[in-house]
Design a protein around this ligand. Structure first.
Ligand code: CP3
Length: 365
């Protein structure tokens, strides 16, 4: 049985490390919190060891012993300020019986992608939530393992990003079929985004009740949309999710991630209740976005490819970035996308050390 936030003594819990929560509340901190998108993953040898024990990726996601261990692995190695639940943005697509599998070297593949408005109408949304219980179990198990040490980030793919995979059937550079579907069948696309917004809100709500402190909406593919479609499928869908969560009494802040975000797009996102933070990729000017959006916390902006250049380059570029950011307005240090499998561990150490020591180093200058 799922809990409500009111049943949960864990809501408003006192965390031993609350740096990230303080920043999300708008408090000023000397040292920015740091966590990394995909901090649990293939760049860690201990991840590859556990992964080799499971024949497919979704079986791994369904084992709460494995997901808890994987979420804790990066915390043992690095001084990080948050844990992220180990799961994927395609769990909802999986629960809708589209035939999801992860093939070595190809990533996610959907056997029965959506090709017509009839396919959208036939999706079994009313039956999918119980099939996602393993994700809420993963959050509860991670909370039990961490106690009150660190905040937990729960997440979902944005409705548009989930729709991209559900229509396209695999990872693509431009998601042409998903966009063509939107232009050809706008009513069915509107329906799909609305249903995905409802289920994603419920999915985040259940993660919140299970112990998540921050709710992260990952809109990796909003960047392929025109401004008009971004406003409908990314910004309005996020606002719908925020409104549903707020109506149910959720107090956790929402963090949104998008690529190539502009001021116009950020203005559209700001209608979302509970939105406190925006994750940026490395292509945008974080300093000017901070100035134009007082009160908004920004995350990221570090290019994950920088880490491939080794610890010295990582230290130097990260130091320069920190000098351009207004840390007191609220900055969460992170890469502008997930850490890649080939990332050297020494670079991750260099990144984290630079963030942790920046305040000391600048006060000595
Ligand atoms: O620490 C964490 O962040 C772990 C949890 C996590 C995973 N995926 C685990 C994972 C999170 C937050 C994600 C997000 C995710 N998944 C996104 C959004 C962020 C982004 O990278 O754009 C997307 C688009 C996916 C979909 C997905 N899942 C793809 C495209 C792939 C294969 C290729 C790739 O980029 O890794 C996955 C598989 C996946 N999800 C792996 C992991 C650790 C690797 C699977 C394996 O080990 O075989």
């Amino acid at each position: 049985m799922s809990r409500t936030p009111h049943d949960s003594a864990l809501v408003n819990r006192t965390l031993q490390n609350d740096r990230l929560m303080r920043v999300m509340r708008g408090e000023s901190v000397e040292t920015p919190p740091i966590w990394l998108m995909r901090q649990a993953g293939r760049y860690l040898p201990e991840y590859r060891e556990i992964r080799s024990q499971f024949k497919d990726f979704m079986s791994l996601c369904r084992s709460s012993d494995a997901t808890t261990e994987l979420a804790c692995q990066p915390l043992r190695r690095f001084d990080l300020d948050a844990a992220i639940v180990f799961s994927d943005i395609l769990t909802i697509a999986d629960s809708l019986d589209l035939g999801l599998s992860f093939l070595p070297g190809r990533g996610p593949v959907i056997a029965n992608p959506l090709t017509s408005p009839g396919d959208v109408a036939a999706l079994p949304f009313s039956e999918c939530l119980p099939k996602l219980e393993y994700v809420f179990t993963a959050v509860r198990s991670l909370r039990a393992a961490l106690g009150n040490r660190l905040p937990i980030i729960g997440f979902t793919g944005s409705p548009w990003t989930q729709a991209c995979y559900m229509i396209e059937g695999s990872s693509q550079a431009h998601f042409h079929q998903a966009k063509a579907f939107a232009y050809t069948h706008p009513v069915a696309m509107g329906e799909l985004i609305e249903r995905l917004s409802e289920i994603s809100a419920e999915y985040l709500y259940q993660q919140y009740c299970a112990g998540a402190d921050i709710l992260f909406v990952i809109d990796t593919w909003g960047c392929v949309l025109s401004d008009t479609l971004f406003s409908m499928y990314s910004a309005e869908a996020l606002t719908m999710i925020g409104a549903m969560l707020q109506k149910r009494g959720v107090q956790a802040p929402i963090l949104f991630y998008g690529k190539s975000l502009t001021q116009k797009r950020i203005d559209g996102l700001k209608a979302c209740p509970l939105l406190r933070g925006i994750g940026l990729d490395w292509t945008v000017d974080i300093g000017s976005l901070q100035k134009s959006n007082p009160g908004m916390v920004f995350q990221g902006n570090i290019d994950p490819i920088l880490l491939h250049a080794g610890p010295e380059a990582t230290q130097q570029h990260t130091f320069n970035l920190l000098n351009q950011v207004d840390i007191h307005q609220g900055y969460i240090a992170s890469c502008g996308h997930g850490i890649l499998p080939q990332t050297p561990l020494e670079s991750v150490h260099a990144l984290i050390d630079t963030v942790k020591n920046h305040a000391n180093l600048t006060s000595q200058q």
